[in-house]
Design a protein around this ligand. Structure first.
Ligand SMILES: NC(=O)c1ccc[n+]([C@@H]2O[C@H](COP(=O)([O-])OP(=O)(O)OC[C@H]3O[C@@H](n4cnc5c(N)ncnc54)[C@H](OP(=O)(O)O)[C@@H]3O)[C@@H](O)[C@H]2O)c1
Length: 282
């Protein structure tokens, strides 16, 4: 059974070691700025994970915290200021934001060359047009890296993605399309999702509902990529019902230890890319 489990933790570890070596050997001065508004507890955990990962490879971590009641204009002014700060290599706005703020407008003020989450209109539209965006969102990038690492042939495969967010499902759709997959992209209004799983060679679920996918609906031998992060009884679980899926799949990513660590290592990789863009450094 163990050989069915794709350990994102192990794969990301070797990526991180390579990044660390490059930063150290070339003495690169890289710094990320994470902007947080308010004090959402899950955000605090994700920010802490990013901080640890950055500091472990020699990347400086700057956290800019704003009060929950902050005006949008103040955040945008700050972003415009750090866009020109040579010491800041990459910028992330930690989501979610309080409801009075327009996240689209805020994120769109990030210089696309520092937008390491790949969420500005500039980078997203380049992705959609298959026109070499500066950055692609880290979770979809990490998933593509996992599939590549396992040498999974993608051309001609039927893929069902559940969840269409700009952060995960939507970029994945385009990355897999580029690899000549046939994709079904599901969302909250999709009817009868279980029926759509039957023909899928690869199922990717990114909705944040624990145990949403039961193995009985999966095609035998499919690949299951679990993006969801859900808390049940103080335990972190994914969107797949792991027990029922394990017998059906040829590969599955665990939660925790699957897609999550890959996302973190792709943040580091995108920061390295941002540095190279800024200094025209090869
Ligand atoms: N492992 C990682 O590194 C990582 C990274 C990012 C996110 N995540 C996790 O992945 C999950 C999704 O994150 P996100 O940022 O993409 O969330 P999001 O922006 O809230 O999007 C959720 C998506 O799920 C869809 N959805 C919700 N309920 C559904 C249902 N019953 N049936 C089908 N689709 C449904 C929504 O459809 P509509 O568009 O119709 O509303 C939406 O497209 C969360 O658990 C998050 O914590 C993990």
């Amino acid at each position: 059974m163990d050989n069915k489990i794709i350990s994102g933790k192990n794969i990301s570890e070797s990526i991180k070691q390579n990044i660390k070596k490059e930063i150290h050997n070339k003495d690169l001065k890289i710094c990320i700025c994470v902007i947080q508004v308010g004090d959402v507890s899950s955000s605090n955990i994700y920010i802490q994970l990013k901080k640890l990962a950055c500091e472990n490879v020699g990347i400086k971590f700057k956290l800019k915290k704003f009060k929950e009641t902050i005006k949008e204009e103040k955040i945008i002014n700050y972003i415009n200021w750090i866009n020109y700060d040579e010491k800041i290599t990459g910028i992330i706005v930690q989501l979610p934001l309080p409801s009075h703020l327009d996240k689209h407008n805020i994120i769109n003020n990030i210089d696309p060359r520092k937008d390491i989450d790949g969420l500005t209109d500039f980078n997203l539209s380049k992705l959609i047009l298959n026109d070499d965006p500066y950055f692609i969102s880290c979770t979809p990038l990490g998933i593509m890296e996992l599939l590549k690492h396992k040498e999974i042939e993608l051309e001609g495969k039927n893929v069902t993605i559940i969840g269409r967010s700009k952060l995960v499902g939507m970029p994945l759709f385009h990355l897999l399309l580029e690899k000549n997959c046939t994709i079904t992209l599901c969302h909250s209004k999709t009817k009868n999702i279980n029926k759509l799983l039957k023909y899928a060679d690869i199922v990717i679920c990114a909705i944040g509902i624990a145990n949403f996918i039961n193995g009985k609906y999966l095609k035998k031998g499919c690949i299951a990529i679990d993006v969801g992060i859900n808390k049940i009884d103080n335990q972190i679980v994914g969107d797949f019902n792991y027990k029922t899926c394990l017998n059906k799949v040829s590969y599955i990513t665990p939660v925790p230890g699957g897609v999550g660590p890959m996302t973190i290592s792709m943040i580091l990789l995108n920061l390295l890319k941002a540095y190279k863009l800024e200094y025209d450094y090869l």
